[in-house]
Design a binder for this molecule. Structure first.
Ligand code: PRP
Ligand code: URA
Ligand code: MG
Length: 216
């Protein structure tokens, strides 16, 4: 069986709505931030399907004993927000994954070379190989930042098949790189846009997600 990168674009009206708000150049920072939180929430809801580990048992209802499914507390769940822009999505993701550990990773692209560099790495030395990892970063443009994040995670024992990426706008260069290097990945995005321009911005995209989230 050949494993192939899967990219999900959930056809959900709330996801479309908040994407439209985020794209609009007239949206002020306070509303842009809300859009990121909501997109983080609904895309994480979609990503959690067949990813969050469950436990089959029984419960006693007031009337009878019945089969029951719980989230398995034994399997570690981690969220890795890519700073800065991944923090808005994290806020929405956390409402659905309140028990997940949060490991911050700060990456910034050089504006000329577009190469990412790491200024904060709060990842543990080693992950349990069963750990479910959700990465939040709204923009997959050239893919350099996500490739760097995945390298840090897989070096520490994370299985790419247990990784879900939650982003907002994914572009072909990033998807191409990720599909070659990590074919078992699953990506959840609000849209796939056409191009990345010479300055490294996704077109039509939504501009600089970090600056718009934090009003800088
Ligand atoms: O796919 P790539 O070409 O690597 O670009 C995507 C990266 O660029 C943005 O971060 P940026 O470096 O602007 O940092 P910020 O979130 O602090 O604004 C974005 O949040 C991604 O992390
Ligand atoms: O369009 C883009 C590309 C990378 N990072 C952003 O914030 N926006
Ligand atoms: Mg930025």
């Amino acid at each position: 069986m050949t494993v192939q990168l899967r990219v999900y674009v959930p056809p959900h009206p709330l996801i479309k709505h908040w994407l439209a708000v985020a794209r609009d150049v007239a949206t002020p920072s306070v509303l842009f931030r809300s859009a990121m939180v909501e997109l983080g929430r609904w895309l994480t809801y979609e990503a959690a399907r067949e990813w969050l580990p469950t436990l089959e048992t029984t419960v006693q209802s007031p009337l009878d004993t019945t089969a029951a499914t719980f989230i398995d507390p034994q399997v570690p769940v981690a969220v890795v927000p890519i700073l800065r822009a991944g923090l808005g999505l994290l806020e929405g993701a956390q409402t659905l994954l309140p028990l997940a550990s949060i490991y911050h990773l700060g990456l910034v692209r050089n504006e000329e070379t577009l190469q990412p560099s790491c200024y904060l790495n709060k990842l543990p030395e080693k992950f349990d190989p069963q750990t479910r990892v959700l990465i939040t970063d709204p923009m997959l443009a050239t893919g350099g930042s996500m490739m760097a994040a995945l390298s840090e995670l897989t070096q520490r024992g994370v299985d790419p098949a247990f990784i879900r990426i939650v982003c907002v706008v994914a572009a072909p260069p990033a998807l191409q790189k990720l599909s070659v290097a990590y074919p078992s990945l699953n990506i959840y995005t609000a849209t796939i846009d056409e191009t990345v321009n010479e300055q490294g911005f996704i077109v039509p995209g939504l501009g600089d997600a970090g600056d718009r989230t934090f009003g800088t």
